[in-house]
Design a binder for this molecule. Structure first.
Ligand code: NAP
Length: 291
């Protein structure tokens, strides 16, 4: 039977680190502040914003909710973002999705200062992720790696097979895993023999959103299986992996819920802290250039 990689335990470890980072910043009179921008009243976004407010408060992070009406123009949304970019007291900006259909997601996302982009979605951050530079990285692929590494499993030299090449999970994970010296294969709907590919994995990550996609027959005995998928089936949150079957074959497996998803919020808040460091560095460089 596989070892269960406990996301809640790893999240507690990360929270402890976050608390120390926040305390250190407060010691320097910096009050970490997260601004959440919500356009409209999407129920899931409103609920997530409330959850974030609670988690931020617990970590000693200031939380601001900027809620605009659903009919706010794209220009108005961009001007609001620009105000937050210019506000030295705001260190991170989280744009809640989905946006109303009249707003161009890409243009609005690109309006966020890359140094305040706690979601790590800005093309500037994506570019640095690919080229191996210092940047803010998206939380979910980070969670996929942290849950493995912090459970004492190394990535270097391992063959990681990623199922899914979505912009939020699969694709950024490719570059993060390469930076950890894993050998990476990516599968998608065009992959000819998915089961053959997944059976080559030392570490198999599924980031698709199709319940039951990964079965025991698709897993090499002794592999580590990370399930980033999230779907709702009959009111229950479920991953991509047939957990009951795969846990009999794998050496280690993440559950859903209680796996990858447990780490994402704390990692996003750790991005806020990293953003503060990058903002400080940028200020120092600007000052040096002015001399
Ligand atoms: P996405 O953009 O929809 O990407 C899904 C990927 O899966 C696509 O690359 C697609 O291939 C591939 N795919 C679909 N069916 C497939 C199949 N039968 N065989 C192989 N590949 C297949 O999704 P995403 O935004 O990256 O998210 C992926 C999953 O992660 C979703 O379930 C999402 O809910 C979950 N998620 C979890 C968290 C968390 O906190 N745990 C956070 C964000 C997202 P093509 O490119 O060929 O279409």
């Amino acid at each position: 039977m596989a070892q269960i990689l406990d996301g809640k335990k790893v999240a507690a470890m990360l929270r402890e680190e976050l608390n120390q980072q926040v305390a250190a910043l407060k010691g320097k009179n910096i009050q970490p502040t997260l601004a959440v921008l919500l356009v409209g009243e999407d129920a899931a976004s409103v609920a997530y914003a409330r959850f974030l407010e609670k988690v931020s408060g617990n970590a000693g992070v200031n939380f601001q909710l900027h809620q605009l009406p659903a009919n706010a123009s794209e220009l108005y949304v961009k001007l609001t973002i620009e105000d937050l970019n210019q506000d030295a007291g705001v260190h991170g900006i989280l744009l809640m999705m989905p946006l109303p259909p009249h707003i161009n997601k890409q243009r609005v996302m690109e309006a966020v200062s890359p140094l305040k982009d706690v979601d790590g979605l800005h093309p500037f951050n994506r570019g640095h992720l690919i080229s191996g530079g210092v940047c803010l990285q998206p939380a979910t692929p980070m969670s996929c790696l942290e849950i493995v590494k912090r459970s004492g499993i190394s990535l270097a030299g391992k063959h990681m097979v990623i199922v899914g090449r979505g912009e939020t999970v699969g694709k950024p994970l490719v570059f993060m895993a390469l930076a950890e010296n894993a050998t990476v294969t990516v599968c998608h709907t065009g992959t000819k023999d998915l089961a053959y590919m997944t059976r080559q994995a030392d570490i198999l990550v599924s980031a698709v959103g199709k319940p039951g996609l990964i079965t025991a027959a698709m897993v090499k005995p002794g592999a580590v299986v990370v399930d980033a998928g999230i779907s709702e089936v009959a009111g229950q949150i479920t991953g991509d992996v047939d957990f009951a079957g795969v846990k009999e074959v794998a050496a280690a497996i993440t559950p859903v819920p209680g796996g990858v998803g447990s780490l994402t919020t704390v990692l996003m808040l750790k991005n806020l802290i990293k953003g503060i460091q990058l903002q400080e560095q940028a200020r120092q460089w600007e000052e040096a250039e002015e001399l």
